[in-house]
Design a protein around this ligand. Structure first.
Ligand code: 5AD
Ligand code: SF4
Length: 444
């Protein structure tokens, strides 16, 4: 029985963090990570179900992996995560060579499933647990400067387009003490930045501890220079959280705040729980609380019933809000959601046109905002070599802008002040300016 495991991850940061949990859990049971699919005894695909395209990629990848299985029938291939949960009934019909299908709350059973001798029948385990948080599992984190920490799982919002509440189950949060243990452990392992993760991360609540308490407690951990979180829900952004953003400098001046649409009719039908006016007021309050804060967002185009004027309202709002970045998607019908029962009024070609337009509009805004940094300096937490070639380092500014600069004597993990002299839509290009940055000593 082989113990080398290879895992591939699709989809969001939560899935990446889940893969670290899976590897951590398997590691405790004697499994080791394989360097590639070809070297593995077990191949796991941790999957995403958010849009059809994400699922198509997984099916394509499985077709590629099939020859490995044909060559060595002892190789086991399993599907984990959201797509496993979503298509639990049909996956084995479509892909009969799969050995197991496990939903997001079933990872604890993996060692047992893999240790089972001589099993022939595929295993399907897709119960959603109301309590499963994997709070006691130490994730096998990749090396780097940024550690991802899942603080809550699931979602109770049921936006009408979204499959997440059905595949990840009900909202549940980890105890503060166990989260702080993870933060301390990450700090000891050399991580400088923590990103709190959750489907609606700011809905975090455990006993009488809320998200504001969690942020404040984490901001005090020695060795951690920066704290971020993703993704918050606009309706859960309490005054207390805004107050923490204003007062805790370790909490970065950057928020990813999914908008989806700027038309009140569309927002209402999406079940988002806010109007555009309320959302806009929230941006203003955050800007007042934390001058210099940068925002990014998610946009869906072509939702059932979205008219040209609804779409124009979204474009106008993008220009007004001045996001640093927007992730834009064409609406993808998800079986089982409320919106899946509604007639699709925007055809494929029109969705594509709206998507291209949104992307073009946002790219211009991003470029303009990036260029505005020229001549100013940013604090860069260095992550490692830049893609542009030898002698360059790359990292993120506190506002989550990618910045690159000639390395000099600097290295990953340092906070370096960089004077920006050029910019593309998504990258600031500059030079390190000498002298220790104040942030470098903030908590160290
Ligand atoms: N179609 C298109 N985009 C979607 N998203 C979620 N569900 C769908 C869907 N059915 C987008 C939303 C969300 C992001 C993670 O994915 O914008 O914020
Ligand atoms: Fe999906 Fe809405 Fe929950 Fe986000 S808040 S995961 S979009 S249901």
């Amino acid at each position: 029985m082989g113990h080398r495991v290879y895992i591939e991850t699709y989809g969001c940061q939560m899935n990446l963090a889940d893969s670290e949990i899976v590897l951590g859990h398997l590691g405790r049971h004697g499994f080791v990570e394989a360097g590639s699919a070809a070297d593995a005894d077990v191949i796991l695909l941790n999957t995403c179900a958010i849009r059809e395209h994400a699922e198509e990629r997984v099916v394509g990848r499985l077709t590629q992996l099939l020859p490995l299985k044909l060559r060595d029938p002892r190789l086991r291939i399993g599907i984990l995560g959201c797509m496993a949960q979503h298509h639990r009934a049909s996956l084995l019909d479509r892909l009969p060579f799969l050995d197991f299908v496990l939903g997001p709350d079933e990872y604890r059973n993996l060692p047992t499933i893999l240790d089972r001798q001589g099993f022939d029948d595929p295993t399907i385990e897709v119960r959603l647990g109301r309590d499963e948080t994997y709070a006691d599992v130490s994730p096998a984190r990749r090396e780097g400067v940024r550690a991802w920490v899942s603080v809550m799982r699931g979602c109770d919002k049921f936006c009408t387009f979204c499959i997440v509440p059905y595949v990840r189950g009900r909202e549940r949060s980890l105890p503060l003490r166990l989260i702080l243990d993870q933060v301390n452990e990450a700090a000891r392992a050399g991580f400088r930045e923590i990103v709190f993760l959750g489907q609606t991360v700011n809905a975090y609540r455990h006993d009488d501890v809320d998200f504001a308490d969690l942020l404040r407690a984490a901001a005090r951990v020695t060795g951690i220079a920066r704290i971020r979180f993703t993704s918050p829900h606009p309706s859960e952004m309490s005054d207390r959280v805004i107050e923490v953003m204003a007062t805790e400098q370790a909490v970065c001046p950057q928020v990813h705040l999914p908008l989806q649409s700027a038309s009140d009719t569309v927002l209402e039908r999406m079940g988002r729980g806010y109007t555009i006016e309320q959302y806009d007021r929230l941006l203003e309050r955050l800007r007042r609380a934390r001058p210099g804060i940068e925002f990014s967002t998610d946009i869906i185009v072509g939702f059932p019933g979205e008219t040209e004027s609804d779409f124009q309202a979204t474009l106008d709002y993008l220009r007004h809000a001045g996001y640093d970045h927007a992730f834009s998607f064409a609406y993808s019908r998800r079986e089982g959601t409320r919106a899946a029962r509604w007639h699709e009024t925007v055809d494929r070609a029109e969705k594509r046109r709206r998507l291209t337009t949104v992307i073009e509009v946002q790219e211009r805004i991003s470029l303009e905002r990036s260029r505005a940094w020229c001549g100013r300096s940013v604090e860069v937490l260095v992550e490692g070599a830049a893609r542009r070639g030898q002698g360059w380092l790359s990292g993120k500014s506190a506002e989550f802008k990618t910045a690159v600069f000639p390395s000099g004597r600097h290295a990953a993990g340092e906070v370096v002040r960089v004077l920006v002299r050029d910019a593309t839509a998504h990258t600031l290009i500059g030079d390190a300016v000498e002298g220790q940055s104040p942030e470098a000593c903030a908590n160290a």
